[in-house]
Design a protein around this ligand. Sequence first.
Ligand SMILES: *Cc1c(COP(=O)(O)O)cnc(C)c1O
Length: 366
Amino acid sequence: MYRKTWFEINLDAIEENVKYIKQKNKKKFIAVLKANAYGCGDIQVAQAVLEAGAEMIAVSSVEEALSLRKEGYEGELLILGTTNPSDLQVLKEYHITTNAYSLEWVKKVIQLDCEGLKVHLKVDTGMNRIGSKSLDDTKEMLELLVNHGCKVEGIFTHFACADSNTTMTQTQFQLFKDTVEALDYTFEWIHCDNSDASVSLEEDFSNACRVGISLYGISAYEKSLNHALSFYTTLVHVKKVQPNETIGYGATYTTEKEEWIGTIPVGYADGFIRANQDRYLLCNDQLCRVVGRVCMDQAMILLPEKMEVGSIVEIFGPHLSLEKMAEDLHTIPYEIICLISPRVTRRYIKNHQVIREDNVLLELHR
Ligand SMILES: *Cc1c(COP(=O)(O)O)cnc(C)c1O
């Protein structure tokens, strides 16, 4: 690593989280690794979850599925988002399972060479994103797909409020259950629980769960998961600034007295967004306020005393929680980690050691 700003992913913690949820809900485990595993690195996280016993990986698009195939993953792979019927040959060639989310989609697919295509039916029980909204449509979809030689291996739905509104989750679950029962078909995979439902919704009707954010220890309900993610940078420049000087673009911060100002090599192009201005980071066990505007590649922090160049600065991690950062920025942990841009080095910890550091920029030019 050259520029010392990194996103640290603890694979040991991820493995423990998979094992914990598996032994708690006793279901098959579908690890949701869309968006490059929420920014954490799809193949690295895939290896960890598979070692911990995950039975399937889910992504959002054909591109994401192919990325995992090209990195060597050969197991069960499901696309949760939409696919174009015209792309079905690539799905078949790479043994990628897709979801059938409308009767219209199915009618197009069956006009093509779809024999052998692996499909999970997607039922909309209230999220109103994708999925079939009527039992008649779902029945017809199943029939058409089966009659044209597709392998309908699963059925699923997605909850809108698993993190808070249990009434709505119950209603959605009941509708899902009624739908599956009415279809009277043997599905290998029946799944509805995302991370929060996987540890809170007590039901043994579904036989698999789809877990994304809790892989990293984030959960609305379960406090015994392990936090797996940290974001660090380092002090690269430290200087004493006189009273009444200003810091950064727009001169939005003025020193009151002689102050120690540190510069960190992280900015909004790394996903450290401008709204971080005036938030606190941790350096040498001391909270340091981000002063002045966050720049594209750099930011400045107010140091309570002189500190050494090279000191590590925690943005979130063991002392500053990702959840708190999300709250401060009026968003959710998902968005913060997905925004950590590809140029930030990913550092992986396994068996308590750094096992690898990946940077897309260096790979492109290798
Ligand atoms: C993203 C996603 C999940 C995973 O959600 P988490 O809250 O991260 O567990 C599960 N199912 C579908 C359909 C999704 O889009």
